[in-house]
Design a protein around this ligand. Structure first.
Ligand code: 5GP
Ligand code: MN
Length: 358
């Protein structure tokens, strides 16, 4: 966002506005944390704000302050459409491609409101008037924090805002472990804790909210559904609808599963394929320089980040798996040269006893 745009947004927000905040399909911790963190900030500034999601999200996010006010477009299209039609500013958070919000995209396209994208995904589409976009940001929550700072409004960050933003930063950085976690990330986190973010309870609410069914589904996947292709440093899971039903699947129950495949020594590419709403939803993760955003874009109608991406396919689950495995041959060199094994070498190559004493 250049200085002129910043001034325009500042003056737009200097008096109470009708604002809609929209986030992506199947919202995750960053989508909801950023949307509700921003919501709590904007209502503090006396704006009239509605948060709209294209569909539902995992129940471990329902505790987020402001959650009760969220409108799920798939369940309540009428009030969602009204809020968008009435809004004079629409903020699009944690996505940058109109496809990511499904039918809600038509409503956004129809609206004459000023539109602003706040996002950190690669290759943004240009459908907005303003854009605070940074692929180096660890999360959209980090950018919402930046936005509030740009507005000279850090003084308004209270406990509810801090809890929301902490949540998205925590979930999108894999609890502060992904390479996207920078010194700046920890500085923001420190400020959020000072503003009241309850770090330990947030970890409990997000990660220790498992049902017995979810844990048993995880056990089943690990024991029986993991395929490891050592030749390609790749591992993946796939789940059929009947398997989901057997474990009384609820939204969020497979969240994080794809990371278990990536935790195997020397694996640098992991995938998860699941039957959902009549299509196959795919998730991809990688370590090192194997770019799953490009892979998802090219082959599975998706996108995301270099090390975490997703997509969709109209193929059957079996066809998807065949397609995926056959694609790996084309990437064999990349998969064998990417990644963590060399990172580990770098770490272990330091000679013992040479480190500087403090
Ligand atoms: P997940 O695998 O957790 O669903 O998504 C991983 C990352 O890829 C997230 O940043 C998410 O926003 C992005 N992503 C997931 N599915 C899609 C998709 O179908 N299209 C695009 N463009 N991005 C996706
Ligand atoms: Mn995000």
């Amino acid at each position: 966002m250049n200085a002129k745009q910043l001034q325009e947004i500042k003056s737009l927000l200097s008096s109470p506005q009708k604002i809609a905040i929209v986030t992506h399909w199947s919202p995750d911790g960053d989508a909801m944390g950023s949307s509700l963190g921003f919501y709590n900030y904007l209502i503090k500034k006396k704006h009239k704000v509605t948060v709209i999601t294209p569909n539902d999200y995992p129940s471990f996010l329902y505790w987020l302050p402001g959650n009760k006010k969220v409108i799920d477009f798939s369940k309540k299209p009428k009030p969602a459409k009204t809020a968008i039609a009435e809004a004079n500013i629409i903020f699009c958070l944690d996505f940058n491609s109109i496809k990511r919000i499904d039918a809600l995209g038509d409503e956004i396209a129809k609206s004459k409101a000023a539109k602003c994208i706040i996002d950190h995904h690669l290759q943004p589409e240009n459908f907005a008037d303003y854009m605070l976009h940074d692929v180096n940001a660890c999360s959209t929550c980090e950018l919402v924090f930046d936005f509030i700072e740009l507005m000279d409004d850090k003084k308004y960050i209270h406990k509810d805002i801090a809890n929301c933003l902490y949540t998205g930063i925590m979930t999108d950085t894999g609890s502060f472990r992904f390479p996207s976690t920078k010194a700046k990330t920890h500085r923001i986190i420190a400020e959020l804790i000072e503003a009241g973010a309850e770090n330990s309870p947030i970890h409990d609410r997000i990660y220790d909210d498992n049902t017995e069914d979810k844990l048993r589904l995880l056990g089943y996947c690990l024991a029986e559904k993991l395929t490891v292709l050592k030749e390609y440093n790749t591992a993946f899971f796939h789940l059929r609808d009947d398997e989901l039903k057997r474990f009384n699947y609820k939204k969020g129950d497979t969240e994080g599963l794809v990371n278990y495949a990536l935790s195997i020594k020397d694996i640098c590419f992991s995938a998860f394929f699941v039957e959902r709403d009549g299509v196959i939803k795919t998730s991809f993760r990688s370590k090192g320089n194997f770019n799953v955003n490009l892979f998802a874009r090219k082959h599975f109608d998706g996108g995301g980040h270099a090390n975490a991406a997703g997509g969709m396919s109209d193929l059957t689950l079996d066809e998807c798996i065949i397609k995926f495995i056959s694609l790996l041959a084309d990437y064999k060199n990349d998969l064998n040269s990417s990644s963590s094994p060399s990172d580990k070498k770098t770490l272990s190559s330091k000679k013992p006893g040479k480190s500087k004493k403090k």
